[in-house]
Design a protein around this ligand. Structure first.
Ligand code: FE
Length: 132
């Protein structure tokens, strides 16, 4: 297992924009249909905006209608950290980048086959690298 990246909030604050900090470190949620990758259909890899770790392939992206980029599978399950989240009176599973711990979004069990999962991810948490 490769080494994790551990940084203090003050360090992230230096590296990230305010918007990125609010979502990725303070676990915020971007407004639905506001994110730049919501409707993107380009082929490529979605990486963690904080540490660059490859997280999702565009092949697993689908139109969920939720207003956030949605994927039915990560590149590798070990690239994701899963945390039980009971905030806002809901029982949800928060998903973070397993390498740097930054917040990505949540995963739900109402996704399409073959996994039936829906990784609901903030565009702001991602950096898209187009396939050559
Ligand atoms: Fe990361």
């Amino acid at each position: 297992m490769e080494d994790k990246i551990i940084k203090k909030p003050e360090e992230w604050k230096q590296e990230l924009t305010q918007e990125q900090y609010d979502i990725c470190i303070n676990k915020g949620t971007e407004s639905p249909f506001s994110g730049k990758y919501c409707d993107s259909k380009e082929k490529g890899i979605y990486k963690c905006v904080c540490c660059g770790e490859p997280l999702f392939n565009s092949d697993t992206k689908f139109d969920s209608g939720s207003g956030w980029p949605s994927f039915y599978d990560p590149l590798d399950i070990e690239k994701i950290e899963y945390i039980s989240d009971s905030s806002l009176g809901m029982n949800r599973t928060e998903v973070n980048c397993n390498k740097c711990g930054s917040h990505l979004g949540h995963v739900f069990d109402d996704g399409p086959k073959p996994t039936n999962l829906r990784y609901c991810i903030n565009s702001i948490s991602l950096y898209f690298q187009k396939e050559d």
